[in-house]
Design a protein around this ligand. Structure first.
Ligand SMILES: NC(=O)c1ccc[n+]([C@@H]2O[C@H](COP(=O)([O-])OP(=O)(O)OC[C@H]3O[C@@H](n4cnc5c(N)ncnc54)[C@H](O)[C@@H]3O)[C@@H](O)[C@H]2O)c1
Length: 400
């Protein structure tokens, strides 16, 4: 009989993804036998060949180390779950084309795992879920006659900083039993982090509130930038004045495209959870998602776009990242494709867009340049071409 608190093998379902893979590697590096279970055969093959499928700081070296040590592998075979002590589920949970969350995706992924599971396992749900999903998963197991401990332990890392943050950020543990909480606490404290235990429902909302709070803060900054800009004033100077040695405003962000796979969709998940009675969230969405159109309208006031080639520098959803999921730079590109003579784009990190050209060629061919993602190297840009820089990367202000 297995001792309840001894964890040897951990399987991460969705373990080839941006969240699952760094977690599986950190677990492998912390003494566990760790497995990424993923439905994508190409991702699994790439990982097992020793190549990270995306950029994550320090992960390439850690993957090579863990594969060589034999503490880690990736697979598409659900059979690996049979011998697991812990099953962590962290598949993607996007909203659909109508902005509806899909409360069934996690439940369906777990249904495929259940034939290989047993009652002595610990289940850790880690995808950001529609509130109530943890309870649905618990019922699913009950219906199949299984009683594993089920917890919801949300991921709060910043993409790109996962390896550091997994060993630093406090872990919220959502558990409905003492034993489930103890086992999840034991797993995460072994990574060296503090834990805080609440109910699964509280943890589900805690994760959504965390992301939505950031989304609303960015929207507030973007709205302030827009107001300043309409008044012909440079928001970067106003922000500097507000935040200078004034701790209560230290968290006022700069303007910029607020995008990516999490903040927007989690705001829509929360809106759906509250029966669309979420004026603040929807307003934030209008501001953040409306920014590319506003930027183009301001460029149009100065230039005859129909005769111009516009270059977008930076297509990732944020700086120093190769991730283009839900990137507003692509929304900007679509609008410009309609309005201008030609649009060209470049990004030093993105590898999966075959329309990208080099930065040098882009600068050479563009009549006007828009910074679409705040990669740090753009701070050194040297050109006489006009540059639209809402991030104020160049330090010349962000009045456009
Ligand atoms: N990306 C982030 O920075 C971040 C941060 C915190 C939380 N989250 C949350 O973590 C979850 C995962 O996000 P992500 O960015 O890693 O997504 P991702 O798309 O990068 O990875 C998901 C992985 O799950 C695999 N997958 C899908 N269905 C599966 C199934 N049924 N069985 C096994 N594998 C399956 C996919 O092939 C993919 O490799 C989401 O709920 C997201 O909201 C993401």
């Amino acid at each position: 009989m297995r001792a309840l608190l001894v964890i040897e093998k951990v399987v991460v379902v969705g373990g080839g993804g941006h969240v699952g893979l760094p977690l599986a590697l950190v677990l492998a590096d912390s003494g566990y036998n760790s497995v990424s279970l993923d439905i994508s055969q190409s991702t699994v093959d790439l990982i097992n060949s020793g190549t990270m499928p995306f950029f994550e700081e320090g992960a390439q070296g850690l993957l090579e180390k863990c594969l060589a040590a034999g503490s880690y592998l990736a697979t598409t075979d659900h059979q690996t779950i049979v011998s697991a002590d812990v099953v962590i589920v962290v598949i993607g949970t996007p909203v659909d084309e109508h902005l509806n969350p899909d409360p069934n995706s996690v439940v369906e992924a777990i249904s495929a795992c259940i034939p290989f599971m047993n009652s002595s396992q610990l289940v850790v749900l880690r995808s950001t879920v529609f509130p109530g999903v943890t309870a649905r998963v618990a019922n699913l197991f009950k219906d199949r006659g299984l009683t594993p401990e089920i917890t919801f332990c949300p991921e709060r890392i910043l993409e790109g900083q996962a390896l550091k943050e997994l060993k630093k950020l406090p872990q919220i543990i959502g558990a409905s039993t003492t034993q489930g909480a103890e086992r999840a606490v034991s797993l995460f404290t072994s990574l060296g982090v503090e834990t805080i235990t609440v109910s699964p429902e509280e943890a589900e909302l805690a994760k959504l509130f965390t992301n939505v709070w950031r989304y609303i803060k960015f929207a507030a900054a973007n709205q302030f930038w827009l107001m300043s800009n309409e008044a012909g004033l440079d928001f970067s100077r106003i922000r500097e004045a507000i935040t200078f040695d004034y701790p209560r405003a230290a968290d006022l962000p700069n303007a910029g495209f607020t995008a990516g796979p999490c903040l927007f969709k989690d705001t829509m998940q929360l809106a759906a959870f509250s029966n669309n009675n979420f004026a603040l969230g929807h307003s934030a969405m209008l501001v953040n998602e409306g920014l590319p159109l506003y930027v183009v309208s301001k460029i149009e006031e100065k230039y005859d776009l129909s005769n111009m080639t516009v270059g977008i520098l930076g297509m990732a959803f944020k700086g120093e990242s190769d991730d283009i999921r839900s990137s507003l730079a692509y929304k900007l590109k679509k609008i410009l494709q309609f309005k201008s003579k030609a649009v060209i784009s470049s990004d030093p990190f993105v590898t999966i867009d075959n329309q990208l050209i080099s930065q040098e060629e882009l600068i050479e061919r563009s009549d006007v340049i828009v910074i679409g993602a705040p990669h740090l190297q753009y701070r050194e840009l040297k050109t006489i071409k006009p540059i639209i820089d809402i991030w104020n990367l160049l330090g010349k202000g962000n009045l456009i």
